[in-house]
Design a protein around this ligand. Structure first.
Ligand SMILES: [Mn+2]
Length: 375
């Protein structure tokens, strides 16, 4: 009853772009930690096999530290087999660590563009897979179906795009069904976790085990699968396991009507708590709603530490809550300023409305002799 762990798209050594440079470096180290956690999971789960379906590292330039870590981690679990199917970021080349480094004997790497097979008779498993030899792989390695040994558990590991037209190994669920694998462990799409069925073939993207930006929100992990075959009939079970050290999240908070720093902080704190966001979260908050230009809000009231988060970005999409009738008829410069901006405040274009609202916010504050506030 072989147990496997399916992961992909770890992107070791990827740069992290955060406004906080120190935290970006911490995140880079944490990504190595996530890789080590996957190996630890393989150990505690007593996994027979770990499938790494591409993009193990982010580019051909891998630091010595990362290569040593990979090799020592693979070495630390000699009873487990690791199968790597290189993707578009970690493609096979003469400069690649796959060629330059000596990996331990429990690491198996696909090195051909076409479909290959690695047999593990001792656990009754055949793994099919292929490699990228450059940043693209326009051909379909599943164009012709391999002849499977039905008594075995037949797995496929590949960095593929199921979405039709693509330079990154375009395949379809029909290809998977026709090939008849028991499970296809896919990489390339960083959002994953859902197990699907094409014909008799289970398939899934594991997604990346650690998000790297606000494009990769949510809790990330790996898929653990257990397989049993009796008289050619497959019984399979799957579970998702969280692997990420931290998670990226986007949060929209309507702050209509807040009139003080304390109220603003309280409103946002409540929303963050309701969304379950804590010290392991990197959060991009969008503030919406209408705020009175007279509200005395200071720029630094919303901070990661005040909200108990790891990292915070705030985007202010609020509009001023205006007594438009009074302003329209205001004969002072405040009214003239407002009337000047009015066509833009009512513009069709959201961008124009946003700019005009910001101009009004700063302009009225300046005319009122306030410190110009931003948050
Ligand atoms: Mn990737």
């Amino acid at each position: 009853m072989p147990k496997i762990i399916h992961t992909a798209d770890i992107h070791l050594d990827a740069p992290f772009s955060l406004f906080d440079v120190q935290k970006a470096q911490v995140r880079k180290n944490e990504l190595r930690g996530t890789f080590s956690s996957i190996i630890l999971l393989a150990k505690t789960e007593k996994a027979d096999l770990v499938l790494l379906s591409g993009d193990l590292f982010d580019s051909g330039f891998v630091t010595k530290e990362t290569t040593s870590l990979m090799i020592s981690q693979f070495n630390s679990l000699p009873e487990c087999r690791f199968v790597i199917a290189p993707g578009n970021h970690d493609f096979i080349s003469s400069r690649s660590p796959y060629k330059k480094e000596i990996f331990p004997p429990n690491v198996y790497i696909f090195e051909e563009e076409g479909l290959g097979k690695i047999s593990f008779d001792e656990i009754g498993v055949d793994v099919y897979g292929f490699a990228y030899l450059s940043e693209t792989h326009p051909s379909n390695p599943l164009a012709s179906a391999p002849s499977l040994d039905r008594r075995k558990i037949n797995l496929f590991a590949g960095h593929c795009d199921l979405g039709g037209k693509s330079d990154c190994c375009p395949i379809s669920p029909q290809d998977l069904a026709r090939c008849g694998f028991d499970y296809a462990a896919l990489g390339h799409i960083h959002k994953g976790g859902e197990i699907k069925l094409a014909g008799n073939t289970y398939y899934a993207y594991s997604g990346c085990p650690e998000g790297r930006s606000f494009d990769e929100c949510g809790i990330k992990g790996v898929i653990v699968g257990e397989f049993k075959k009796e008289n050619g009939r497959l019984a399979a079970s799957f579970a998702s396991r969280r692997m990420c050290r931290r998670h990226y999240e986007r949060l929209t908070v309507d702050v209509t009507g807040v009139s003080s720093d304390a109220e603003l902080l309280e409103r946002v704190k409540t929303s963050a708590a309701q969304a379950g966001l804590g010290a392991d979260a990197l959060v991009r908050i969008k503030l919406t709603g209408r705020i009175s230009p007279e509200a005395r809000l200071s720029p630094n009231v919303l901070s990661a530490s005040a909200l108990g988060l790891y990292y915070l970005e705030v985007r202010d999409d609020t509009a001023p809550l205006l007594d438009t009738e009074t302003l329209k008829n205001d004969i002072s410069i405040r009214g003239a300023f407002f009337r000047e901006l009015l066509p833009l405040l009512e513009s069709e274009s959201e961008e124009e409305r946003r700019t005009a609202a910001a101009a009004l916010h700063y302009g009225l504050a300046a005319l009122d002799g306030d410190d110009v506030v931003d948050f």
